[in-house]
Design a protein around this ligand. Structure first.
Ligand code: NAI
Length: 324
């Protein structure tokens, strides 16, 4: 049998660990030797007060109890992820360090754009985007100091592809992709790895939309292996996007068509670009970029273009700051 991945003496913070995926992750890491901060404010699935599943701190306590009963180590934290610094403080106060952060807490406020209220948009951004940022920002100095850290952010297929009635949620989940890709770049020299994944699993969030047979089949346990790998010290991935559901694991990447490159002697008009549209949208020989455009190459190309675009010819002689 293959050796088990273990996390002995490592401290894992799992946000939203009172239910669903987070609960499974917290129990998994504890069973493999980690000390776990079980964060959850015990909210409802939509983050609104009340409701039968919004029973305050109890959910985090239940998970901590289950971990301890099984011989593991865990401590509860009841703050909202919007107060991420308090969650990380719980880890430092209890265990003196933090090694792994799983930004998992989440809510839904599904509604079409036509009916979207500011509060539906803001609540989703607060929990998913601001919450993940504040928790990661609080963990960052500890990761840097110890030159070690693992961050796993939680996106969604709605974020990757869009989904009817989820423009708020999809936007927040897509924001976490840019966030992760940037953290991977900022963390590289400190051995801080950041990855993002889109899960699919039966939980409070999916029970309103999935049929019973799907709820039965799509166990959150099937997502664990990916999170286990990305959180481990042996992980080599960073800035990557994954999917995990029903025992299927895959990686998503960007694809840029080879595109149409205007020639120096060619008029740069919409007509010209339109005549070459098949090249713009042709994905044969595509590239798979993982950084922003190279500023120097862009400038070189732009300087070759004629001044017949309705504007002045770019003739910039100064320094170019590469922002990669
Ligand atoms: P869940 O509703 O079972 O668990 C989420 C937990 O987060 C709850 O215990 C809730 O109390 C907690 N939470 C909510 N707001 C919080 C806040 N402000 N601070 C701290 N805790 C908070 O949901 P599930 O399905 O386990 O979702 C986990 C993550 O996976 C979420 O980010 C969700 O958006 C994402 N996701 C889940 C999918 C699925 O198929 N289950 C699909 C795509 C994404």
């Amino acid at each position: 049998m293959a050796e088990q991945l273990r996390y002995d003496n490592q401290v894992v913070v799992v946000t939203g660990a009172g239910n669903g995926l987070g609960k499974i992750f917290a129990k998994f890491f504890a069973s493999r030797g980690a000390k776990v901060v079980v964060n959850d404010l015990g909210g409802t699935f939509n983050g609104k007060p009340g409701g039968k599943s919004g029973n305050a701190a109890a959910v985090a306590d239940v998970v901590v109890r289950e971990i301890k009963d099984a011989g593991g180590e865990a401590v509860a934290n009841y703050n909202g992820v919007q107060e991420g610094e308090k969650i990380i403080k719980t880890a430092i106060d209890a265990y003196g360090r933090v090694d792994i952060l799983i930004n998992n807490a989440g809510i839904l406020r599904d509604i079409t754009l036509r009916n979207m209220k500011d509060e539906d948009w803001d609540a989703i951004m607060e929990v998913h985007v601001h919450g993940s940022m504040r928790t990661a920002r609080a963990a960052w100095p500890h990761f840097r100091k110890q030159r070690y850290g693992r961050i796993i952010n939680t996106s969604s297929s709605a974020g990757l592809f869009g989904n009817f009635g989820q423009s708020n949620y999809a936007s927040a989940k897509f924001a976490l992709i840019g966030f992760t890709e940037t953290l991977a770049k900022e963390g590289a020299k400190y051995n801080i790895l950041a990855n993002v994944y889109a899960p699919g699993a039966a939980s409070r969030l999916t029970q309103t939309v999935w049929p019973p047979e799907m709820m039965e089949a799509m166990k959150p346990d099937y997502v664990v292996p990916l999170v286990a790998i990305l959180a481990h010290s042996s992980c080599k991935e960073s800035g990557s996007i994954f999917e995990a559901a029903a025992g299927h694991f895959s990686k998503i990447r960007w694809e840029r068509s080879k595109g149409f490159l205007a020639k120096p002697d060619e008029s740069l008009t919409a007509d010209v670009v339109l005549r070459n549209w098949d090249k713009v949208v042709d994905f044969r020989n595509a590239e798979h970029p993982s950084a922003v455009f190279d500023g120097v190459a862009l400038l070189e190309q732009a300087n070759k273009l004629p001044a017949n675009t309705g504007g002045e010819r770019l003739n910039f002689k100064g320094r170019v700051a590469l922002v990669t």
